[in-house]
Design a protein around this ligand. Structure first.
Ligand code: F6P
Length: 367
């Protein structure tokens, strides 16, 4: 078995979707077919692994998908085999379906499974590895919060959406002399707000890693107004919170491993700015627009590199590893290393310093 070549691989896309998933699937499957491997596409992330739902992926299935958003395999963030929700009498009970996942993996005769996903997917992958599955990870998420890779694919596409939105909001904000508050995704990490805000010329960027002071925000918009800049753009991460308060939670869903759904901070920030500065203020939540549509050229290239690298790792039986961007090269890291910590914005990050240098306010006078 040691010297035997792998013959069959499975591939799944887990967690929230993002642009570039199809490019990875293509990047895995095309070389796999050339090597004579068969490729099984598992449907709806780990849900399909538990429920036994999968389709053979032939060459024709992965043609023409490089530039398409979403995932041809479907995805889910409720399919954690170790946190499987079952509804009974109107109550949600959490059960363990990992044995079903293993049975299907073995029944399908898979030699390896390529799991494309973020933090949650890599945690599940790590647990499944302990049960004997051969897993290779590919780091995906618009949030960019995965350790051990310089960037996840999907992030650049989300930043592009934010940047374009801020460009558009600049013109209307300026025409009406308004403050515009834009809420962006990212969960507990501020990368999308930081990079999107920097790219789109935001005046104020609020991120979870830097709890903000209300007065610092009011002072900034008033100062701009007094300088004749009669509009301001605030880019706020959904996980941002005031120094004396908590993140704004929109809903909780016990079916998910992380039940918290963030949302609502932009509305609060807009209300407080208008009340305290008397400047007309509007807010907008970009939401899932940031996850939809075609990947940027950067993400298409990164996803293709990740996919082709992942199949090489599988062929070399380097199981338990994840493809990772290091500088400009793709390397392998252990999945364990990838899930050790969440990658959050550090106040010493060059992007934070750069933003400060061009006058961006982070809602505090301390940095
Ligand atoms: O992790 C990606 C992400 O888009 C987060 O930025 C966001 O908090 C979350 O997923 C939203 O999840 P859902 O699509 O389930 O609402």
């Amino acid at each position: 078995m040691e010297n035997e070549k792998i013959k069959r691989i499975g591939i799944l896309t887990g967690g929230g979707d993002c642009p570039g998933l199809n490019a990875v699937i293509r990047g895995v499957a095309k070389p796999a077919h050339d090597m004579g491997l068969s490729v099984l596409g598992i449907l709806d992330g780990f849900e399909g692994l538990v429920n036994g739902k999968a389709v053979e992926l032939y060459n024709k299935d992965v043609s023409g998908i490089l530039a398409t958003g979403g995932t041809i395999l479907g995805s889910s963030n409720k399919g954690d085999p170790f946190h499987w929700p079952v509804e009974f009498d109107g109550q949600v009970k959490i059960t363990d379906k990992s044995a079903d996942a293993l049975r299907n993996y073995e029944g399908w005769n898979l030699d390896a499974l390529i799991a494309i996903g973020g933090d949650g997917t890599m945690h599940i992958a790590h647990q499944l590895m302990q049960m004997g599955m051969n897993i290779i990870g590919v780091p995906k998420t618009i949030d960019n919060d995965l350790m051990a890779t310089d960037q996840t694919f999907g992030h650049d596409s989300a930043v592009y959406v934010v940047s374009e939105a801020l460009d558009r909001l600049h013109t209307t904000a300026s025409a009406h002399h308004r403050v515009m508050v834009v809420e962006v995704m990212g969960r507990y990490a501020g990368w999308i707000a930081l990079n999107g805000g920097l790219a789109g010329g935001a005046d104020i960027i609020l991120i979870p890693e830097i709890p903000f002071e209300w007065d610092a925000i009011y002072d900034k918009v008033i100062e701009r107004n007094m300088m004749g800049k009669r509009f301001s753009i605030v880019c706020v991460a959904e996980g941002a919170k005031p120094i004396d308060g908590d993140m704004v939670v929109k809903a909780t869903d016990p079916k998910r491993t992380d039940p918290i759904q963030l949302g609502g901070i932009a509305e609060l920030v807009a209300k407080k700015i208008e009340e305290n500065t008397k400047l007309e203020t509007r807010y907008i939540v970009l939401g899932h627009l940031q996850r939809g549509g075609s990947p940027t050229p950067f993400d298409r290239i990164l996803s293709t590199k990740f996919g082709t690298y992942a199949i090489q790792l599988a062929a070399k039986k380097k199981f338990g590893t994840m493809a990772a961007l290091k500088g400009t090269n793709i390397k392998s890291v252990s999945i364990e290393e990838a899930i050790e910590n969440q990658k959050l914005v550090d106040t010493s990050d060059q992007a934070v310093k750069t933003a400060k240098s061009v006058g961006v306010c982070f809602g505090t006078k301390k940095i």
